[in-house]
Ligand binder design. Structure first.
Ligand SMILES: [Zn+2]
Length: 335
């Protein structure tokens, strides 16, 4: 009986579906987007991943520094990692780059989210947030390279920032590298994306879409089409269908730009376990972009073995391309 009732509810819901504000029915091929997608290569993505995961010495404040961990409890190393991404964003010629300092609370240290912004043209009050968490979590170790989780997401977001910097968009885009994701920010107002989303709500900001890029580079599948997941709220919680509209646009982008080798897989389970969960809490439409998880997930997560040597580079490139297409069209790139 319960199952039947659910099916009737879903059947009815299909007829009263109203697209959210972030919904755009379809996307039109754009040559600039195609070029940015073509230009996603290992050579573009690897230097930042190597620097953040301690494979190479990063240059921070003009001096070499090896980032051995980005734990939010590490003090200097996470501070240096924040400065590293700030300096990167600042070199791209964006509209603005800023630290957002959060207070922390309880056992959680204060820290900073790092934000780069491109101001929108005709719909500047509508904000698209492209986010990735910068911090790592080591299990029983002071070394936490976090190459896949989540230097891979950070490097992809930085690629978007530098390739979008000289383009124009109707909406305002914010590239946000969040702190303290590994401490469940979706339960708090005091740190990381929990602080960010609460502050945005308090300020009345109209965030029309948030995409959390969290772990993009690991896949061992031997299939021709490799699964990449996008997580949304369950339909009854995704009121207005805003999360689902982001998924549709992502699938459209993959088709429009012929991004091959991927099987884009929606998961409408209200899994809030990344920074997108903080945005759901305050009523914003948001999704999680993530490699295939579950039984084929990355066994190196939160271990000292989460290193760049485990990456599937062609897969990571294709997943990043899908993010480029989605973000550019979500923000209303101008032809
Ligand atoms: Zn993560």
């Amino acid at each position: 009986m319960r199952r039947t009732a659910l099916m009737v509810a879903l059947f009815v819901a299909a007829f009263i579906y109203v697209p959210g504000t972030s919904a755009i029915a379809e996307i039109t091929y754009n040559a600039d987007v195609a070029r940015m997608i073509d230009n996603v290569t290992q050579a573009e993505l690897e230097p930042v991943v190597n620097d953040l995961s301690g494979e190479t010495q990063a240059i921070i404040g003009g001096s070499p520094y090896t980032i051995q961990t980005r734990s939010s409890f590490s003090g200097e190393p996470i501070d240096m990692a924040e400065q590293y991404v700030f300096e990167r964003l600042d070199s791209y010629g964006l509209g603005s780059v800023a630290y957002q300092n959060y207070p922390g609370g309880g056992a959680i240290d204060p820290g900073s989210n790092v934000i780069g912004q491109i101001n929108g043209t005709t719909k500047a009050s509508e904000i698209v947030v492209i986010g990735a968490h910068l911090d790592t979590r080591p299990w029983g170790s002071d070394i936490a390279p976090g190459a896949d989780d989540n230097a891979s997401g950070v490097s992809a977001v930085l690629y978007l920032a530098r390739s979008f910097a000289d383009k124009t968009f109707e909406r305002t885009i914010r590239f946000v590298l969040f702190g303290s994701e590994e401490n469940a920010p979706w339960t708090t107002r005091k740190f990381g994306s929990g602080y960010y989303a609460f502050q945005a709500k308090q300020a009345g900001e109209n965030i029309v879409a948030m995409i959390s890029a969290d772990a993009l580079a690991y896949n061992v599948s031997s299939e021709t089409l490799r699964i990449v997941e996008m997580h949304t709220r369950r339909p009854k919680r995704d009121k207005g269908g805003g999360d689902a509209a982001i998924v549709t646009m992502w699938q459209d982008a993959i088709a429009t730009y012929s991004i091959t080798g991927l099987q884009p897989e929606p998961h409408a389970m209200s899994n809030r376990l990344s920074d997108h969960g903080s945005f759901w809490r305050w009523g914003y439409d948001a999704v999680l972009l993530i490699e295939e998880i579950g039984s084929k997930g990355n066994p190196n997560w939160h271990e000292i073995t989460d290193m760049v040597s485990t990456f599937n580079w062609p897969y990571y490139e294709q997943v990043t391309k899908s993010l480029v297409g989605l973000a550019a069209h979500q923000a209303g790139i101008t032809p």
